[in-house]
Design a protein around this ligand. Structure first.
Ligand code: NI
Ligand code: MN
Length: 228
């Protein structure tokens, strides 16, 4: 599978059969706008980890135009049905798993909050574990470390973990190290940093600390693709 990072937590996963877009905050995201336009994204599947504007982002326009299958928690799927009058969706909740034709998704909890830009409650924030084409990718969502990550590490052989490192709104570099010790992923890739001044991070320092703790660390530039 090919994973292209757009900046912040927006990324696209190309599987053989489908294109999966995650947290499409493009418009107003200075990092992403340099490498992609929301108008150019045509996903078959749209994953939303939570409802905050820096993840929900361009979802309304992309849903209306590209008509993807929307996979998110019950509250987000319900909101999409009511506000966008769009019902090609699949609601899940924390701890649940579903086998789609293109891969298996586990919805994990995330330690964060979730409301839409208009203030509507967005349900519990989540992450996703995607198993497809023999690989396992953990999209952690916006989260702090939580002790049950040790269970996730025991239950899944994670090839790549996309982990927030920007601090302030999510865990920072130290928290991501704690998370890596519990998850034991093959590769760690940072997300949710450098989009705004309050989440600026020295990624070289982060990668150095991750490597000296025994984990592989890959910093992706916006627009860069990782072959998983
Ligand atoms: Ni958030
Ligand atoms: Mn966020």
């Amino acid at each position: 599978m090919l994973v292209t990072y757009f900046g912040h937590s927006a990324l696209q996963i190309e599987l053989n059969s489908v294109i999966v877009l995650v947290d499409p905050f493009i418009t107003g995201n200075g990092l992403a706008e340099k490498v992609v336009s929301a108008d150019d994204l045509n996903p078959d599947v749209l994953l939303l980890t939570h409802a905050h504007g820096d993840h929900w982002g361009d979802a309304p326009a992309i849903i209306k135009r590209a008509k993807p299958l929307v996979v998110a928690n019950h509250e987000i799927v319900t909101y999409v049905g009511r506000e966008l009058e769009y019902n090609k969706s699949h609601g899940m909740n924390s701890g649940g798993k579903y086998d789609f034709a293109w891969g298996t998704l586990h919805q994990t909890r995330a330690e964060h909050s979730s409301s839409f830009p208009d203030g509507t409650y967005g349900g519990h924030p989540n992450g996703f574990i995607l198993e497809a084409e023999g690989k396992t990718v953990y999209l952690m969502g916006d989260t702090a470390p939580f002790a049950e990550m040790a269970w996730i590490g025991e239950d899944h052989n994670i090839d790549v973990a996309f982990m927030p490192i920007g601090d302030n709104f999510t865990m920072g570099p130290a928290g991501s190290l704690r998370a890596a010790r519990m998850l034991r992923p093959g590769i760690t890739v940072p997300v949710h940093y450098n989009t705004f001044p309050v989440i600026e991070v020295d990624t070289d320092g982060w990668a150095r600390d991750m490597k000296s703790a025994g984990f592989e660390a890959r910093v992706l530039a916006p627009g860069e693709t990782l072959d998983v």
